[in-house]
Design a binder for this molecule. Structure first.
Ligand code: 2AM
Ligand code: CA
Ligand code: CA
Ligand code: CA
Length: 264
């Protein structure tokens, strides 16, 4: 049997330690490399932070498997057993350019079901977390259930690049949505944007192409705050593949799907 409470305490301790190291790293220069394209960046701190979590997990939970963005965990073909899904720094571009608006994101899944989720806003020292069935929290305070707003009063986050012609989704549908809502935002960290939905700071969040480590923790957080998380077609997310993502309070989520995303 897994002692989730003990695991929760350990994870919080590790996250706080990793967070202080990252803040400490601001004093030193970064080593920056590109990945799939010139704007897809990774630093020595992304890799070191991932290694820190993996070393701790391997020591205490040798039977668990790990899926990490920087590839230092396991090669997973399924989510059988207990799987840690880790993004050591979500929002690396913000980390490099702004030293804020980035987060550590950790989701713990059991046979594909989210059990624990953590999103730590390192620069603001804000820890969002959720345990399945026990609600969502920010720095120890329970987040209230999401409130519904109309499309006209909604503040939604999406990446502006999806509003121009792209190969993933009909941009006209997104432009129609963007002009109907009260406002749009783009923070550059999927994990934080999902945490903001859970905390009621955003009413919705849409993204075209995210990996499991971008949304593993955020999905559980939003759901534990009473929200819905699907892809842009209203389907369940596949936790080991790239997905589009759409999160929001249930009624607003349904309306946006019916009136904008699914409508021809
Ligand atoms: P990352 O910083 O961990 O890479 C905004 O760019 C959001 O999209 C961030 O959460 C970022 O996560 C994620 N993202 C996913 N794939 C990306 C890519 N190929 N290039 C840049 N950001 C990516
Ligand atoms: Ca990345
Ligand atoms: Ca990420
Ligand atoms: Ca990352």
């Amino acid at each position: 049997m897994v002692n989730w409470t003990e695991m929760d305490q350990r994870i919080k301790t590790w996250i706080m330690e990793a967070g202080s190291s990252i803040r400490e790293s601001f004093k030193h220069s970064l080593s920056i490399h590109t990945k799939s394209n010139p704007n897809d960046l990774v630093t020595n701190i992304d890799k070191e932070t991932e290694r820190f979590f993996i070393a701790n997990i391997r020591k205490v939970y040798p039977g668990h498997r790990i899926l990490g963005e920087e590839g230092q965990g396991d090669d997973l073909a399924s989510l059988k057993g207990i799987v840690w899904i880790i993004d050591p720094i979500d929002g690396t571009t913000n980390f490099i350019h702004q030293q804020r608006h980035f987060a550590i994101s950790i989701g713990v899944y059991e046979n594909g079901v989210g059990r624990l989720g953590y999103i730590y806003d390192v620069a603001h020292d804000e820890l969002y977390y959720a345990e399945r069935g026990k609600g969502a929290y920010m720095n120890g305070v329970r987040l209230p259930s999401l409130t519904e707003v109309s499309v006209e009063k909604a503040l939604i986050a999406l990446n502006a690049t999806w509003l121009v012609k792209n190969r993933y989704f009909d941009e006209r549908k997104l432009v129609n949505l963007a002009v109907q809502v009260r406002g749009t935002r783009s923070y550059g960290s999927a994990a934080l944007e999902l945490a903001y939905v859970a905390a009621g700071r955003l009413d919705g969040y849409l993204s075209m192409r995210l990996s499991p480590w971008d949304f593993a923790a955020g999905k559980l957080l939003v759901e534990e705050a009473g929200g819905c998380v699907t892809n842009l077609f209203g389907e369940d997310l596949n936790m080991i593949k790239i997905n589009s993502v759409f999160a929001g309070a249930p009624i607003l989520h349904g309306r946006i799907l019916d009136e904008f995303l699914l409508k021809d």
